[in-house]
Design a protein around this ligand. Sequence first.
Ligand code: GLN
Length: 280
Amino acid sequence: MNIENTLSEAISILQKNKILNPRLDCEILLSNLIKKDKKHIILNPKDLLNTKQISKFKNLIERRKKGEPIAYLINNKEFWKDKFYVDKDVLIPRPDTELIVEEVLKMYSKNSQKQILDIGTGSGCILLSIIKERPNFYGTGIDISKKSIKISKFNTKQLNLINRVKFFHSSVDNFRFGKYDLIVSNPPYIELLNLKYLDKNVINFEPKLALNGGFDGFSKIREFVIKAKTLIKRKGKFILEIGFNQKNKVKGILEDEGFYINKAIKDYGNNDRCIISTKI
Ligand code: GLN
């Protein structure tokens, strides 16, 4: 079968299953599979695919048909300036989370020298993006998921950052290592009872461990803030991603633990998404 026939068959399968952008999805999956760019696929519709390629592609279409996110099917997602390896064991990096990177870069000049900790690092995308932009920063990432640590280490190698970043498989509770100028975190913050209302493609495929914020949505945030207090230097900065309706409560939690609130930042959808605070 050639590219054109293979694509049109796959597009109609996705259409039947109400997948939103069937043509785009199929082009991304096929170009990734045959390691060519999308332009190649569009310009060479008569190129033949071999049986191995076709069977692999069919398999990907079967998975996409059930709603599995493209990022897990091609095992990468762009975040900030790089592509990160991802699979079902880590949350797919979100554009809104780039706000944390952006704010850190605004706060520290190119040559500043800082120790940074990322709590619940997942794919490592926040920490590694910052470290790459600031050549004198040293980073530590922790995650309660052992599989996530394997992935963040893999991403560190891909980006040639192994000299400046360490990852530990650890709960925040057991972690007692170092004092940091800066702590960042995108904690799980979805209220337990609201998990089922998340987009089905999110909740059916992404790790609940990375989303579940407990009964009120604040249980991990509370835990992380309390721990950050002991791991941060005086005047150190703490940057936390939060849910759209969590700003006031999180401000209160931070203030109770001795943090001064610098500001809250809105995401691209105009929702409160991130709080910057300083340990006093
Ligand atoms: N922003 C994520 C979502 O919309 C949630 C991430 C998190 O809990 N840290 O699904």
